[in-house]
Design a protein around this ligand. Sequence first.
Ligand code: SF4
Ligand code: SF4
Length: 84
Amino acid sequence: MALLINSLCINCDVCEPACPNQAITQGEEIYIIHPERCTECVGHFDEPQCVVVCPVECIDKDPAHAETEQQLLLKLLRLQEESA
Ligand code: SF4
Ligand code: SF4
């Protein structure tokens, strides 16, 4: 399941460099997680790094993008193939 940044985001920019998949960018009003690149950090870390570093706890699971761990790993493999 990809994660989703909610409207409490204070645009602090801490999460963007912490993401191993370059899944976070600055949006028009708040930061955005791109679901096609977010693997919940599966394959990289035990915990979602954006959630770990966010000072205001404004990152939730995105119910619109439910995925199993296997699907997340497949997404990671696809991302790695794209960047190879
Ligand atoms: Fe990036 Fe991990 Fe956060 Fe997804 S959970 S946006 S992969 S840091
Ligand atoms: Fe927004 Fe949290 Fe990312 Fe800071 S770390 S930009 S508050 S989502």
